[in-house]
Design a protein around this ligand. Structure first.
Ligand code: ADP
Ligand code: MG
Length: 323
């Protein structure tokens, strides 16, 4: 009988599963994958640090879900098909209950999207989770941040702000009632990556991004790389019932437009595509809402009734303008 070291025990007990879509998965020096003909490899990595990206007391199962979800969301933003993931885990100590719950959250989502964990790294240190995701995309078909054109519509999937409202509540910036907090915090920890939508937007969206840093900042990235500006109408933003209850307050509005962690897709498209986008929304059962327009110039402006600029609490919206 071999006696595994704690490190290998962790890998063997929690993170070794069959990887049907890989040539070789966990266990060797490298994993091996075979790309299909005519496909490009899409790769992305995201790190989550305890205290920075999540509250240290977070339930490990939701953390497992989120560590993969944020990466799936990057695949979605480009229109890629995710297949393979790698997990670099830095742990303060080996706690098998914690690891079992984390692995459950991770693999439940991985199975839902047919993603295999094909490798990783396990080290000791302050709790940090790094996931690399790889997938395929037909050569040349990726939806980049750089393709927005003046006159395009700006769209967003799902609802905005619930995750950031939960964070604002935790930071004491506003007060959600108990039921609202419970619901909002689920959006924070278990975002729904819009993978099918992202793929369906290939050839429809001119540019896309997933909203991790906040709508204004992320749309700002599209604007900067596309060398355009954008106007977003506050009244057009899709809000949940919770968002609707807090959009009137400065702190609530700031969370909704600048708070981040929604992992919805923000994309631009030619006005000719309105009907096909409405059809897509119906087909996929995902709300998709037109929130503004791409303009000449720089940066993102948020406007209220009659096109009046809306101030965002604590940071003028210059903060979000492209430099
Ligand atoms: P090396 O010494 O070559 O870096 P490791 O000892 O770190 O290899 O890892 C052994 C095997 O286990 C490798 O295939 C690696 O990809 C995999 N692995 C290590 N940590 C994890 C993890 N947290 N999740 C999935 N696979 C892991
Ligand atoms: Mg290693």
């Amino acid at each position: 009988m071999t006696h595994d070291t704690p490190e290998f025990d962790v890998i063997a007990r929690h993170f070794t599963r069959p990887a049907a879509n890989a040539v070789l998965g966990v266990g060797d020096d490298c994993a091996l994958v075979q790309l299909s003909r005519g496909m490009e490899l899409a790769v992305s990595v995201d790190t989550m640090v305890s205290g920075t990206h999540f509250f240290p007391d977070v339930d490990p199962e939701t953390l497992g879900h989120k560590s993969l979800a944020v990466n799936l969301s990057d695949m979605a933003a480009m229109g890629a098909m995710p297949y393979w993931a790698m997990l670099a885990l830095t742990l303060p100590k080996v706690d098998h209950d914690w690891l079992g719950a984390f692995a459950k959250g991770f693999f439940d989502l991985a199975e839902e999207f047919d993603v295999s964990l094909i490798g990783g790294d396990t080290t000791r240190g302050p709790l940090t989770l790094t996931v690399t995701i790889m997938g395929e995309i037909p050569a040349g078909a990726a939806v980049r941040r750089s393709g927005a054109k003046v006159g395009n519509d700006v769209w967003v999937s799902g609802h905005l702000g619930d995750a950031a409202l939960a964070v604002a509540h935790r930071h004491g910036k506003l007060q959600l009632d108990e039921a609202d907090y419970r619901e909002a915090v689920m959006r924070l920890y278990e975002p729904t990556p819009r993978v099918s939508l992202g793929q369906a937007l290939r050839g429809v969206a001119t540019a896309a991004i997933d909203i991790s840093d906040g709508l204004l900042a992320d749309l700002g990235h599209i604007c900067k790389l596309s060398k355009v500006g954008a106007v977003v109408e506050l009244a057009a933003l899709p809000l949940s019932a919770i968002g609707g209850r807090h959009v009137a307050s400065d702190a609530g509005r700031t969370a909704i437009v600048a708070g981040g962690d929604d992992y919805e897709l923000c994309f631009t498209a030619h006005p000719n595509s309105r009907e096909s986008i409405a059809d897509l929304a119906k087909m996929l059962g995902v709300p998709i809402t037109r929130i503004g327009q791409v303009k000449r110039g720089k940066g993102v402006s948020l406007v209220g009734p009659e096109g009046k600029p809306v101030k965002i609490d604590g940071r003028g919206y210059d903060h979000f303008s492209a430099p």
